[in-house]
Design a protein around this ligand. Sequence first.
Ligand code: HEC
Ligand code: HEC
Length: 432
Amino acid sequence: MFRCALGGSTLLLAVLSLGAAGCGDDGGGAGADDPEPGSTGEPTASSDGPAATTDADTDTDAEDSSSGDDPGRTPTDEPPEPEEWVWDLPTGFPVPAVPEDNPMSAAKVELGRHLFYDERLSVNGTTSCASCHRQELAFTDGGAVSTGATGDQTSRGSMSLANVAYASTLGWGNPTLLSLEAHALLPLFGNDPIEMGLLDEADIVGKIADDPIYVDLFEDAYPNEAQPITLAHASGSIASFQRTLISGRSPFDRWFYDSDESAISESAKRGYNLFHVRGECFYCHFSFNFSDATYFESLPELTTPFHNIGLYNIDGEGAYPQGNTGVHAFTGAPEDMGRFKSPTLRNIVVTGPYMHDGSIETLPEVLEHYGAGGRTIAEGPHAGVGADNPFKDPLMVTFELQDHELVDMMAWFESLTDEEFLTNPAFSNPWE
Ligand code: HEC
Ligand code: HEC
C-alpha cells in the first residue's frame, strides 16, 4: 500500500504518475481493477520548474582561421521576428523542457535533421548518428552493442531516441550528462571507443562549410550571425531535431489517453494491468514515457534515478562486468555498482536486444529475469546469482506469470509500437 512513496521522490512520482503510471491514492498502482483508460489526462504540475541544465560547453576550441566572409548577411541586418515554435504533442504529453539558450525553431530542426543523417560527420565518411539510431527501430540499431566508424565497438547498446526530449539524464549510466546539446559531442568526438571520430570544431566545420545546402540551412537557423557554421550551432540544432522525436500515438495511447476502447485488445489491457499489479514495473518505468528518468517543463524538480536490477553478481559481492558498472564508473561508490537508467518501454518490441549490454535477447526472457528477481548466470566469466546482488534495488519484486499472462504482457508491449513514429517522414533521412 505505501510502496508508491518509495519510488525516490514522492512528489516527482505523484506528478509523473498523473500520466500513465497509475500509482494513485490507493498506493497500490492500478490496483486489482483494470486501469481506467483516459481518466488521468495531462500531467499538471503546479510550478514552473528550472530549465534543464544546458551548458553545452561547445565553443571552447573555436580557433576560427576561416575568413568569416558571409555574403549577403552581416550582424547589422535587421533581426528577424522570433519564430513561435508550436509543439505537436500527443494527448497526455507535457511540454518538454527546452534550454533557454537553445529555443526550438523549424529551421534548427531541419538543419539538425540534415546533420543527424550526414555520414560526412565522421572520420571516414561512413557513419552518421543515424547509423546507430535507425528510425524503423525507434532510433536504436538492433545490435547488442554498436560499431563505430573505424570498427570500434561500444561497450553498451544504442538507446532509443523516442521521447529523448524528456530524458532527465542521457546515456545508460551517466549521471553527469543532462543536456542533448552537450551529449552530441560524445559520439562526434569521443575516441574511446571511436563512434564518429571527428577531431575538433575545425574538423566538423571543414567537412560541411563548402556545401551550399548547409550554407543556407545554417543561415536560416542562425540568421544574422557573422559565422553561422559553428560546432555550437551544429550540436544545438542536432539537439533541436532530437527534441522533435516524440512517440505517443501508439494503439496504447489511443486507448489510454484518447479513450478508444477498441484501439487495443482485451489481452493487451490485461497485460497493462499485470505490468502494475504483478510485475510492479511502474516503480521505475512510470509516467507517459515509462521511465522514471523523465523531466519536463512544469515539473518542479529534476531527478536522476538509476537502478541495479540484478543482472549480474559476479563475485557474490555485487560486481558487474568490468567496463560496464554503470554509475559506479563515475562515482566509484560501491553502492553505485550496476546502477543504470530505466529506459523507456515505448516501441519496446522493435528495440531489442535488451539492457545496457544487449545481454537479454527477447521480451519473454526479460520477464523471466524480473520474475526471478534477477538473472542467474550458471557458468562462464560472468557466473553469479543476480537476485542476490547486494546492491539490487529494493523495488524489485519476484512474481510468476501463467502462459496466458505472458501472452497478455506481450500484447501490451506490442501495443506500445507507434507506427506513425517509426515511419514519420519528418524524422527520416533528408538526403534520400
Ligand atoms: C557508433 C554508434 C553510435 C553513433 C554513431 C551515435 N550513437 Fe548515440 N548512442 C550510441 C550508444 C551505444 C549509446 C548508449 C551510450 C552509453 O550510455 O554508453 C547512445 C546513446 C545516445 C543518446 C542517449 C539516449 C538516452 O535516452 O539517454 C543520445 C541522445 C544519442 N545517443 C544521440 C546521438 C547523436 C545525436 C548522434 C550523432 C551526433 C549519435 N547518438 C551517434 C551509439 C551511437
Ligand atoms: C527497480 C527499478 C525497475 C523495475 C522495478 C523494473 N525495471 Fe525494467 N529496467 C530498469 C532498469 C534500470 C533497466 C536497465 C537495466 C540495465 O540495462 O542494466 C531496465 C530495463 C528494462 C527493459 C529493457 C529496455 C531496453 O531498452 O533495453 C525492459 C523491457 C524492462 N526493463 C521492462 C520491465 C518490466 C516489464 C518490469 C516489471 C516486470 C520492469 N522492467 C521492472 C529498472 C526497473
